[in-house]
Design a protein around this ligand. Structure first.
Ligand SMILES: C[S@@+](CC[C@H](N)C(=O)[O-])C[C@H]1O[C@@H](n2cnc3c(N)ncnc32)[C@H](O)[C@@H]1O
Length: 261
């Protein structure tokens, strides 16, 4: 199988066929380098036309849930800890304050299920995602059967548009493996506009004194993506702390920013 980011290597006979095809008068590409350049251009077009709803059809949504449970649960637990949520055994004397969280790009519910499990009595979580198939996944049945307030509540929305919630309703926000999709422009909007729609509206929907937001994303594949997120977030009044290459970052309201590692 070809791993992401690795160039394909052709065996002898396939290489010969490729060379022969490129030598044909009708071929648009004369060298492997030209062909690779075109492939990269196609990939770029694909990225800017990316539509999570179209991409995650029922087959992909089921495969995703089956193969990524362990990793996504670990990432979700870590993100919640960074939101100052205790994910171990509840302290004996912990106050029964109930908090409301939003899970951005909740997908099939793997990351939401963790929040429902760790603080079932005191943490309600609403998931948002663009993909119908992810939101219809059977995994949500387990989430819905949790004792957590609002368990299984989820709605379809595009993170690159203002969040459809009233002002000041959430105590915390976390996201696992989703917001990197905003760091690519679409056919009609730049990456800056898409990220800013989220960072602006996140401020509106969080209450005063909310916990830090923890967003885990894959921003290292594109060398500009993290800086772009940082710039846009700062313009919209956030301080972004990057956890040095881990793909996790926190957003703080305050302008003071502490590098965690
Ligand atoms: C890799 S999955 C992560 C799902 C879940 N957080 C987890 O940890 O299993 C990424 C999710 O982001 C969602 N997504 C991508 N772009 C989005 C957008 N613009 N608005 C809302 N959701 C989006 C996809 O539909 C997908 O469910």
């Amino acid at each position: 199988m070809l791993r992401r980011g690795k160039q394909p290597r052709f065996g002898g006979s396939r290489l010969a066929m490729l060379e022969e095809a490129m030598a044909a008068p009708s071929s648009h590409y004369r060298t492997q380098a030209e062909l690779r350049q075109q492939i990269e251009a196609w990939k770029e077009t694909d990225r800017s036309n990316f539509d999570a709803d179209r991409y995650y059809d029922s087959w992909r949504a089921a495969g995703y849930t089956e193969h990524n449970r362990g990793s996504q649960e670990t990432l979700a637990r870590r993100a919640l800890q960074l939101c100052s949520i205790h994910t171990g055994e509840p302290p004996v004397d912990h106050a029964k304050e109930c908090l409301l969280a939003v899970d951005l790009g909740c997908g099939s519910g793997l990351s939401t299920a963790v929040a429902c499990r760790v603080r079932a009595d005191t943490l309600g979580t609403i998931g948002v995602d663009l993909s119908w198939e992810m939101l219809k996944s059977p995994e949500w049945e387990e989430v819905s059967s949790s004792l957590s307030p609002l368990s299984g509540e989820r709605l379809r929305c595009d993170l690159s548009q203002p969040l459809p919630f009233r002002r000041g309703v959430f105590d915390l926000c976390y996201s696992v493996s989703a917001v990197h999709y905003l760091a690519q422009g679409s056919a009609t909007r730049t990456a800056e506009q898409r990220i800013s729609a989220l960072t602006k509206s996140l401020r509106d929907v969080l209450c005063a004194g909310s916990r830090p937001c923890a967003l885990q994303a894959y921003l290292t594949r594109d060398s500009n993506a993290l800086q772009l997120f940082r710039d846009v977030a700062e313009k919209d009044g956030w301080a972004l702390c990057d956890l040095a290459g881990s793909g996790l970052f926190e957003l703080h309201w305050s302008t003071a920013c502490v590098e965690v590692r």
